[in-house]
Write a protein that binds this ligand. Structure first.
Ligand code: HEC
Ligand code: HEC
Ligand code: HEC
Ligand code: HEC
Ligand code: HEC
Length: 309
């Protein structure tokens, strides 16, 4: 009975279904308005992404097994949730290379509109387990205009965000000395002899420095003048998070440069107009020391010689 009914219905409704299918294809918005399945972005996903990332997004398609770098597991919330929307959007539009990842993740701007890519980002978010908390990692832009270009496109979004590599694993002197320190090429290669060893041009550049035994000529970003003594150690020991002073590092592909001095700000303070001191200025250090001492009972110095030996 059931089967027969189904067959009859199929004959009658097939053309109708085809038309309906085309309509859904034309306007994801109309699909949403009717509140029917499939969700926005799924059609694009099935068409362009499932071949590598798998129908469920787990990145375990047999077709991708031969790639030297595996498609990401889009259902891994721990990995995916820290990525800002902009990071994913840029990757889909302009390929993995646009964020320093592998061009094996292709560019789709020629096939998909900006709005469709937006739908894809939203759709990918629905795959993640655990689900992403509202407003998680909204800070941006990932390429701030005031950030210097570094010799290797090294992403804190990937390392400190997605993979949650602790800042002190790489800047390992912060806890015990004045300087936070930058990781040696050996430390990078400790992972990258294996991780993305092939198929990523940026990692290839890293390997180049290693083979030539050259240090990576990173551009210095945070700097106080020579006559200032700033030690990392007491700050880390007092549990001041890196982000309090350096910003939401894990959301940047290039770190913005914020430097003192700021003459306008200094002048304002001189004439008694309160202005929030800019990062790395003397006012910034002192304001925080006062506040920490008041609210947390710390003994951060306010005397000149502590900061000016
Ligand atoms: C040819 C195989 C292939 C196809 C097709 C493909 N990807 Fe990827 N994708 C990859 C690979 C490989 C990586 C990992 C790149 C890396 O780690 O360097 C990746 C990584 C990603 C990432 C995680 C990293 C990031 O920068 O956000 C997202 C998200 C992603 N792909 C989404 C998509 C979407 C959406 C589509 C369809 C529009 C798609 N991919 C199509 C191979 C593919
Ligand atoms: C603890 C392991 C680890 C260390 C240490 C490490 N990386 Fe990575 N790195 C990774 C992982 C994991 C990825 C993601 C690989 C992928 O999905 O393609 C990655 C990706 C990259 C990429 C491509 C994505 C991007 O834009 O960042 C570059 C370039 C890179 N690393 C450079 C470096 C450099 C330079 C250092 C040292 C300063 C370094 N890595 C240290 C694990 C590490
Ligand atoms: C109380 C504020 C503060 C905290 C907390 C802090 N830093 Fe810094 N950091 C600074 C200042 C100020 C400088 C500039 C120091 C100088 O010029 O000698 C700096 C410089 C650096 C540099 C120098 C490299 C460069 O190119 O800019 C690195 C790396 C760094 N910090 C990493 C870290 C890490 C990682 C943490 C957390 C473990 C951290 N910092 C915590 C204030 C801070
Ligand atoms: C908590 C740390 C700290 C303390 C305490 C401190 N300073 Fe500074 N001072 C700084 C920093 C950081 C700068 C560099 C600011 C910049 O580059 O804009 C600076 C800069 C200066 C400058 C140079 C200003 C310029 O624009 O070139 C003078 C002069 C100075 N301090 C005097 C003093 C005197 C006097 C005291 C004591 C009343 C004092 N500082 C206490 C951190 C401190
Ligand atoms: C986000 C808040 C914050 C900022 C910004 C900050 N400090 Fe501190 N500073 C602290 C705290 C907290 C301590 C530790 C107090 C304690 O151990 O009781 C401290 C301690 C110090 C000490 C004492 C070191 C010691 O051995 O006792 C120096 C010197 C110092 N800071 C210099 C600076 C300078 C220079 C700047 C600006 C370039 C700065 N700090 C910016 C919070 C801050």
């Amino acid at each position: 009975m059931r089967v027969r009914l189904g067959r009859v219905r199929a004959c009658v409704t097939l053309p109708v279904l085809l038309v309906a299918g085309a309509l859904i294809g034309w306007g994801a918005a109309s699909t949403l308005a009717r509140g029917s399945n499939p969700p926005r972005g799924k059609a694009e996903y099935d068409l362009y992404c499932a071949a590598c990332h798998g129908p469920e997004g787990r990145g375990d398609e047999p077709s991708a097994a031969s790639l030297p770098i595996k498609p990401w597991n889009l259902t891994d919330g721990g990995l995916m949730n820290p990525l800002p929307d902009e990071f994913i959007h840029l990757t889909i539009a302009k390929s993995g290379a646009a964020v320093g990842l592998s061009p094996l993740m292709p560019a789709f701007a020629a096939y998909l509109s900006d709005a469709q890519i937006g739908d894809l980002v939203a759709y990918i978010r629905t795959l993640a387990v655990p689900a992403r908390a509202r407003g998680e990692t909204a800070i941006g832009p990932i390429y701030p205009p005031n950030a210097p270009v570094q010799p290797i496109l090294f992403s804190h979004v990937v390392h400190a965000g997605a993979y949650r590599i602790n800042g002190q694993y790489c800047h390992s002197d912060a806890r015990r000395s004045q300087y936070a320190g930058l990781p040696s090429v050996e430390r990078c290669m400790g992972c990258h002899k294996i991780v993305a060893a092939e198929g990523n041009p940026q990692v290839k550049r890293l390997r180049g420095y290693w083979e030539r035994k050259e240090p990576i000529p990173w551009v210095r970003i945070f700097k106080v003048p020579e006559f200032v003594y700033f030690p990392h150690k007491p700050h880390i020991r007092a549990d001041v998070p890196c982000q309090t002073c350096h910003g939401a590092i894990q959301t940047y592909n290039q770190i913005p440069a914020v430097r003192g001095p700021n003459l306008v700000n200094d002048a304002k303070n001189l004439v008694g107009v309160p202005a929030r001191p800019p990062q790395l200025s003397m006012g910034w250090c002192i304001e925080c020391h006062r506040e920490q001492n008041r609210t947390r009972g710390t003994k951060a110095p306010l005397d000149c010689v502590s900061c000016h030996h």
